[in-house]
Design a protein around this ligand. Structure first.
Ligand code: COA
Length: 154
């Protein structure tokens, strides 16, 4: 039986295998490296099974990047959101979102946004995001996406 799931900062090197396992299955791109991955303001927030030393079972990356509708205001883009298949639907993703939003607030962000796969759109809606604009195809995955944004109170 799995032990406690711990939400924690993780290293980029720990994020990448899970990104590839979950987000690059059957997709045109086989790697998952993002602009800003190594920027000092970027954080990788994940979850470990079985306590702080356990295997990484969820990952998310939070990168400073302007929200196009309000480019002068501080904003953070969420990228590489992935939960291990065996733990999807158990509340881990929502915990990562809340931890990432807390981080975005420390940077003074007014917006957190993402390019959401349509297959995960309801997850973002359940987590307080709203959909903006039309559907688009994202080349790395070859999947339909929408922009989603969550506004943070001042
Ligand atoms: C999408 C993903 C990150 C969500 O994380 P998760 O841990 O499975 O989600 P949670 O268990 O925290 O779910 C939170 C809520 O969203 C809903 N939800 C989660 N995934 C969903 C999905 N794919 N479609 C519809 N609703 C979803 C849950 O039912 C739950 O609803 P509730 O508010 O009624 O409880 C995860 O399922 C995943 O990694 N999926 C495959 C990769 C992917 O699509 N990543 C996103 C790329 S943009």
């Amino acid at each position: 039986m799995r032990g406690q799931v711990v939400v924690t900062r993780i290293e980029l090197a720990d994020a990448q295998p899970l990104r590839i396992a979950v987000l690059r299955r059957g997709t045109p791109a086989k790697t998952a490296v993002y602009d800003g991955d190594e920027h000092p303001d970027t954080v990788h927030i994940g979850a470990r099974a079985d306590g702080a030393d356990g295997a990484v079972i969820a990952t998310s990356t939070w990168i400073r990047a302007p929200w196009h509708e309000s480019p002068a205001e501080p904003a953070v883009q969420l990228r590489g959101m992935a939960v291990d298949d065996s733990l999807q639907g158990t509340g881990v993703g929502r915990k990562l979102i809340e931890a990432g939003i807390d981080h975005a607030r420390t940077l003074g962000a007014r917006f957190v946004w993402a390019k959401a796969r349509d297959s995960a759109l309801d997850f973002y809606l359940r987590c307080g995001f709203r959909v903006v604009g039309e559907q688009f195809m994202e080349p790395a995955s070859g999947m339909p996406h929408h922009l989603v944004v969550r506004e943070l109170a001042e």
